[in-house]
Design a protein around this ligand. Structure first.
Ligand code: 5GP
Length: 201
């Protein structure tokens, strides 16, 4: 069985990536990595499902033991990708999605240059602020921090392989599927397909 593809999926908070991912994950060839974080759970978030919620001490222990593929500090909290499950799922042939911010994404690109880098854009920064206000899960102060972080992050979108604008959900998900399809047909990843064609002489 061939190994799965590592997919970095970044989007400033409020870009609707949660709903996009819910659609994408209906296809079970994809696995969404569960990150570790030191931020407090939001209402309804479940430990081990949405995140592994850790204390700062536990998180620093994980870093010290080389337990993370990458990590970053974002809006005063640590976020990181536990390494072992990523390796296990890739070896099992799953396409592993890392839903991570830009600093961590750049570290993954350095460490695993074959990772497929996708950045999701909001239609505009103004629309992003409106979505965060409507979601109402953060205070106004945190919303301003996130909007400012988002503007900085968007400037890094050019470092990714693809950008997808999430205006209408269905279009954005179709764009994601189109990217995955195109990538599969890159000669670099089409070895198995080419072998099959030759075998069937
Ligand atoms: P939130 O607090 O809204 O769940 O996430 C805040 C930011 O942290 C988002 O941009 C999200 O993509 C990012 N994030 C979540 N998990 C990770 C991770 O494991 N590593 C890194 N570098 N960023 C992450």
């Amino acid at each position: 069985m061939s190994k799965g593809r590592l997919i970095v999926f970044s989007a400033p908070s409020g870009c609707g990536k949660g709903t996009m991912l819910a659609e994408i994950l209906k296809d079970d060839s994809f696995y969404l990595s569960v990150s570790a974080t030191t931020r407090a759970p939001r209402e309804g978030e479940v430990d081990g499902e949405n995140y592994h919620f850790l204390t700062k001490e536990k998180f620093e222990e994980l870093i010290a033991n080389d337990g993370v593929l990458e990590y970053a500090k974002y809006c005063d909290n640590y976020y990181g990708t536990p390494l072992k499950p990523v390796e296990d799922y890739l070896n099992a042939g799953k396409n592993v999605i890392l839903e991570i911010e830009v600093q961590g994404a750049m570290k993954v690109k350095e460490r695993m240059p074959d990772a497929l880098m996708i950045f999701v854009l909001p239609p505009s920064v103004g629309e992003l602020r409106r979505r965060l206000e409507k979601r109402g899960t953060e205070s106004l102060e945190v919303i301003e921090k996130r909007v400012s972080a988002a503007s900085d992050e968007i400037k890094c979108a050019e470092k990714y392989d693809y950008v997808i604008v999430n205006d209408a959900l269905e279009d954005a998900v179709n764009d994601f599927k189109a990217v995955i399809k195109a990538e599969k047909q890159k000669t670099k990843y089409a070895g198995e397909l080419i072998d099959e064609v030759i075998k069937n002489a």
